[in-house]
Design a binder for this molecule. Structure first.
Ligand code: ATP
Ligand code: MG
Length: 575
């Protein structure tokens, strides 16, 4: 492609909303074009890189025997009602009505569609196992679309679904996808790690997130340097503090005026925060968004509540719970804002963090203005309706596997694999007949890759202050020929020759033949991040060019032939 002919609009100034390097660079290089909040179109360079990622995914998926299909992005509500997710998916589900008032959604994922395919098409055990996938535009009406392609409302996702006869089959399918994902993200040039993850709105039992390391990532990962434990903080198990064998002391109400926070009450009583109980109050909603109950969660004073663990314990969707208005909930449950404790609460679900069961003589709110109670003990003084781990694993806490202090890091979730088991085949009735003609539920897995997010993640990991530094495998073009003086006949002719020879060798080449100053061309070449730059300048008359890799500072003077050969070699090795 000749730059003089290409639709390329680089920007010097980008809108303020672009905060992170990938977003800024995709706007500056004109790869993407914003249509609405979280809705983007892809311009020539952007689309080429997206297709490169898609093709890597295709090759690796096909190599596992998975079959590509394409379902519509428009999905009938009935299927979502069948699976029970029409409500459970919440406000992210982009609902639309047709002219007859029938409900549809723009698919955020496609478990229902694929389960529907197998429930009608698969009858015999001979048809299993099977893996179907698609690369399709997905829609999620995200609460906070941001960071360009990183969290958009319309994005491209590869989603695949495996169908097996039993759990053992699923284990094999899952491992195949896990291995394919490892190959895919390696080929995309990402530094990443698969980590244990929560199963969220998708459901199921076992899951891994593939996380590309990055400071701007929205996934917080807890990992251990001593063993190989790695999990999202949402998911990471927490080790309870050891139970205390201290004697239970008698309850004692104390006057603690104005001490509404854990820090204040601990300071006031001369205790540490881990000797207190923290209360968090919530209201829950039903399918019609009507209030249907209150929840009081209790954790040790120095801990942080893990919202995902709490909603999992309550078995409700994340969007159907909110912090409660203390005055309103107080009138029903007897709690008092800032002085809430577990003793004497009523008409609410009490969720107690597992660790509190073994701890002795803690301080809790007295459900009475300006008062706390000392020596509160689980069992003797209060009980939980649910007792389970609902706290965050913090940096420095003991690793749940080996006990060493854990570390935290941030990353971008580029893919996720789930063992769904029979969740969808049960709710939607997808069965097959086994060898004995008996009906059995199909055992499923699902596997997603954010294609557009992956492109953004690659840029996050591969850029410098001058622009993108594409890995060869996903670069929109492999080589850029920077022609210094297009009006110089010798230079123009040499550039054309290199352009055509590289093209013949299967190298994707950009020829910068624009009538621009060399400085502008060099700047643009760096900004666009094309891996190899061949500069055709004054040396052309003597048969010489300059060869430079975007990722390295050094330049090399080479003969035209040597330059061409070198470019072909590196492209073939790395593409
Ligand atoms: P997140 O936790 O970031 O919201 P998710 O866990 O809800 O993502 P999945 O349902 O696992 O997402 O979707 C599969 C993949 O699709 C994700 O791993 C991610 O790469 C991509 N993805 C999900 N939401 C978005 C989005 N809003 N914009 C771009 N890519 C997304
Ligand atoms: Mg996910």
């Amino acid at each position: 492609m000749k730059l003089s002919k290409m639709h390329l609009k680089t920007l010097r100034e980008v809108p303020n909303e672009a905060e992170i390097p990938s977003h800024i660079l995709m706007m500056r290089t004109g790869m993407i074009r914003r249509l609405a909040s979280g809705v983007y179109g892809f311009m020539p360079l952007g689309w080429r890189s997206i297709r490169k990622v898609e093709n890597i995914i295709r090759e690796e998926m096909d190599a596992t025997g998975a079959q590509e299909i394409l379902m519509s992005a428009v999905q009938p509500a009935e299927l979502w009602q069948d699976s029970g997710r029409w409500f459970a998916y919440g406000p992210e589900l982009w609902r639309v009505k047709d002219r007859h008032g029938r409900d549809f959604c723009l698919g955020p994922t496609a478990e229902e569609i694929f389960t529907d395919i197998v429930r009608t098409d698969v009858t015999s055990h001979r048809q299993l196992p099977m893996n179907l996938y698609q690369i399709q535009t997905k829609y999620r009406d995200e609460a906070r679309p941001r960071f360009g392609l990183m969290r958009s409302r319309e994005f491209i996702m590869k989603d695949s679904y495996s169908f097996d006869k039993d759990e053992a089959g699923l284990d094999v399918s899952y491992q195949e996808m896990y291995d394919a994902y490892t190959k895919i993200f390696n080929r995309c040039g990402l530094t990443f790690r698969p980590v244990e993850a929560d199963t969220g709105a998708i459901g199921g039992s076992n899951s891994h997130e593939f996380t590309a390391f990055s400071e701007v990532g929205e996934s917080e990962i807890a990992f251990c340097e001593k063993c190989d434990m790695a999990a999202t903080v949402e998911r990471a198990e927490c080790v309870d503090a050891p139970a205390s064998d201290a004697e239970m002391l008698p309850l004692e109400e104390v006057h603690t005026p104005g001490t509404k926070t854990i820090e204040e009450v601990a300071g006031f009583l001369g205790m540490t925060e881990d000797q207190t109980i923290k209360a968090l109050l919530f209201v829950t909603y039903d399918d019609e968004q009507k209030e249907n109950g209150y929840v009081a969660a209790f954790i040790r004073g120095d801990r942080e509540l893990n919202m995902i663990k709490l909603v999992n314990a309550l078995d409700i969707p994340e969007h159907s719970i909110e912090f409660a208005d203390e005055e309103k909930i107080g009138a029903v449950t007897g709690c008092v804002g800032g002085f809430t404790g577990p003793i004497g609460l009523h008409d609410c679900t009490i969720v107690v963090d597992s660790e509190l069961v073994g701890l002795k003589n803690l301080v809790a709110g007295a459900n009475k203005e300006d008062h706390h109670i000392k020596n509160v003990n689980y069992g003797r003084d209060y009980k939980g309706d649910i007792v389970v781990d609902i706290k965050n694993l913090k940096e420095g806490d003991p690793c749940p596997v080996c006990g060493a202090p854990v570390k935290h890091t941030r990353g971008i979730e580029v893919g996720q694999v789930f063992k769904l088991g029979t969740k969808y085949s049960e709710s939607m009735g997808a069965t097959y007949k086994d060898e004995n003609q008996k009906d059995q539920l199909i055992v499923m897995g699902c596997y997603g890759i954010g294609v557009t997010r992956t492109v953004a993640a690659v840029i996050e990991q591969h850029h410098d202050e001058n622009g993108i530094i594409w890995p060869m495998s996903v670069a929109p073009y492999h080589v850029i020929i920077t022609l210094m003086k297009p009006e110089d006949e010798v230079q123009a002719e040499v550039a054309e020759r290199i352009y055509s020879e590289l093209g013949k060798a299967g190298v994707e080449v950009l020829l910068d033949d624009r009538k621009e100053r060399p400085g502008v061309k060099f700047k643009d070449a760096d900004l666009l991040g094309i891996p190899v730059r061949i500069t055709v300048g004054r040396g052309a008359a003597d048969g010489m060019i300059e060869y430079k890799l975007r990722r390295e500072a050094d330049k090399e003077e080479l003969t035209i032939e040597a330059g061409i050969a070198k470019a072909i070699e590196i492209v073939n090795n790395e593409k």
